[in-house]
Design a protein around this ligand. Structure first.
Ligand code: SAM
Ligand code: SF4
Length: 322
């Protein structure tokens, strides 16, 4: 088991497959996009697999594929197939904006993908288009329905809430009454392109507004979710609701994560720009020993408790993987 100096077990790795995206969410990317990484800097699939085989031998059990938009990278299904074969990797999931999911949901499932999260910041077409700067809500909803039809459970829907833009919660409450989805309202982290604090709606306020929407009852968390997050549901509803507070709650003592950027940098903390470059351990050919050392270094250098910084010098969310 890979642990850090405060004995947090590091068992979860978010792997960014690409820094590119077909959307331009206000809270994540500037309108003009970000300068794309040169092709030869992006880890090849066999390199990602080599990193994960070592990490799993060191005790990592859970991998989430992310981006940018992971489904915008060609060959993701083949990557999932390869990763599914790694003994000891018990939890393989993917976070997507859903717009390319309708065509991919079935083949990803067959390849061994277990869980999906869909970023869906509004159910109103105009609001969605304003938020993601693309008129793509019908495609995202088709992706959601395809994922439900394929039996992905739990199916989490991530809603980053911006004050005054998409803080209308009622349509999402209605969604949980109609479909077995886990809607998670997420506090906006004022980093990256939209650094204004004025959009920030604290979790307590989201929760207060949520409770005003109906007779919510406490619900048990979905499979695979720890007790740290409280869930609610409308009586008899198939879906659940939750509020995540990355800014206003101090979640650092429970953090079990490392991140791998698309260009092969191991990042111990979302809020710190410190990264360890794995490419020298992978090229010209992977070195198990050197990769192990990099993971030990990441564990040793993982900050104990960071105040979330309100600006990041180096990367946007889409470049880190969220
Ligand atoms: N494109 C995929 C998507 O949108 O789900 C995966 C990559 S995206 C960077 C991963 C997650 O980061 C998204 O689900 C979104 O909710 C979250 N995210 C991006 N910017 C954020 C911000 N400023 N505050 C909070 N969450 C953010
Ligand atoms: Fe793209 Fe996801 Fe960032 Fe939106 S949140 S711009 S979909 S990477």
């Amino acid at each position: 088991m890979l642990t850090d100096s405060t004995r947090r077990a590091l068992c979860y790795l978010r792997v960014s497959l690409t820094d590119r995206c077909n959307l331009r969410c206000l809270y994540c990317m500037p309108e003009e996009g970000t300068p794309s990484l040169p092709h030869d800097q992006i880890l090849r699939f066999e390199e990602i697999e080599a990193v994960l085989r070592v990490a799993v031998q060191m005790g990592l059990t859970s991998v989430r594929l992310t981006g940018g938009e992971p489904l915008a990278r060609r060959g993701v299904v083949q990557l999932v197939e390869r990763l599914h074969d790694i003994p000891g990797l018990t939890d393989l999931s993917l976070t997507t904006n859903g717009t390319l999911l309708a065509e991919a949901a079935a083949s990803l499932r067959r390849a061994g993908l277990q869980r999906l999260n869909i970023g869906l910041p509004s159910l109103n077409r105009a609001t969605y288009a304003r938020l993601v700067r693309r008129d793509a809500l019908p495609q995202a909803l088709a992706g959601l329905d395809a994922a439900l039809a394929e039996g992905y459970r739990p199916l989490k829907v991530n809603v980053v809430v911006l004050r005054g833009i998409n803080d209308e919660l009622a349509p999402f409450v209605a969604l949980t009454a109609a479909k077995p989805v886990e809607v998670r309202f997420i506090e906006y982290m004022p980093i990256g392109p939209l650094s204004s604090q004025s959009f920030f709606l604290p979790a307590v306020e989201i929760e207060r507004r949520l409770r005003a929407e109906g007779p919510l009852q406490e619900a048990e968390p979905p499979l695979g979710m720890g007790p740290a997050t409280r869930y609610w549901r409308l009586p008899g509803a198939p879906g659940r609701l939750a509020v995540l507070a990355p800014m206003s709650e101090h979640l650092c003592p429970f953090c079990n994560r490392l991140r791998l950027t698309a260009d092969g940098r191991l990042r111990p903390c979302l809020f710190s720009d410190h990264e360890i470059d794995l490419k020298p351990s992978l090229r010209p050919s992977p070195s198990q020993r050197s990769l192990e050392e990099a993971f030990y270094q990441a564990a040793a250098e993982k900050p104990h408790c960071m105040e979330p910084q309100l600006s990041q010098e180096h990367r946007h969310m889409a470049q880190i993987g969220g």
